[in-house]
Design a protein around this ligand. Sequence first.
Ligand code: KG4
Ligand code: ZN
Length: 337
Amino acid sequence: MRVIGIESSCDETAVAVYDADLGLLSHRLYSQVAMHQAYGGVVPELASRDHVRRLLPLVREALADAKSDRESIDGLAYTAGPGLIGALLVGAGFAASLGFAWGKPAVGIHHLEGHLLAPLLEPNPPGFPFLALLVSGGHTQLVDVAALGEYRILGETLDDAAGEAFDKTAKLLGLHYPGGAALAKLATSGRSNRFVFPRPMLDRPGLDFSFSGLKTAALVALRGRVLDDAIRADVARGFQEAVVETLAEKCRRALEATGHRRLVIAGGVGANIHLRERLAEVALAASAELYFPRAEFCTDNGAMIALAGCMRLAAGMYDGRFINARANWELGGRFDG
Ligand code: KG4
Ligand code: ZN
């Protein structure tokens, strides 16, 4: 079973070829970040138009890299949501048309399912079931993953996503959008106890998160100060520690509550080294194994969509009759105990 995966939910156009027996054969990505940077965030209409320009060349390149052609492809997978609706429609329409022309099924994939399964692209992949911390620019969720397609949300953010908090605070620190990785880099030269930010929601039971207060705390810390490199680095450090400590404590509680012995980190913020190190300690203390994808598969990519599509096609878990694009789409049912 060999599947071509297409991701176009936001500001990355990505295409990959995944083979059930041979693993990942190729992956290509074009990032629109430079185009959107002038606006300080993603401009949806510009994103859609650029996906139109990039998709076909990327598919050609990914197929050539994988030494594959249409005959060797068994199906197509595309991100069906959630995301920017125009951007999603470009990928969905493209994949469905190609599938129709080639006589192959086109499967719509939930973007977060892609992120959740991304650690399965690595050697020594986790088996089911596992607990996943999904931390991206748009989502922050703790997910109980029983099997493919069986997801239960244990907790989620009540306001900003972790990545969004990183990006907003990075902006306050004068870093370009999306500033998460740049903030993390700045934090490495910061001092640990100069600024101690609140650890949101740790004083309450439960597994939900709240990050919107942190950027306000960062704003207050910066107010009236000369923004030299040392202050910026110290604030970055204090902010990152507050986010990481909060995520780590919720993971600890979730491991305890579920009894899971596998913890998966997925999504763009999962590329954060400090978060990985803290979660390694949490996992060790809970006698659990920690799994995460390589950094380039933490952020948006086509490989995770190709993999999820391959798994769904192999299991017969798809409906290829419709062109599926949904801006808002829950991953799984909410579990309230
Ligand atoms: O998963 P992703 O590529 O896109 C969404 O589906 O949202 O995540 C992007 C997010 C951005 O907010 C970005 O700033 C953040 O991940 N990010 C990081 C790091 N690398 C990317 N945040 C903290 N530390 C990093 N090293
Ligand atoms: Zn994503």
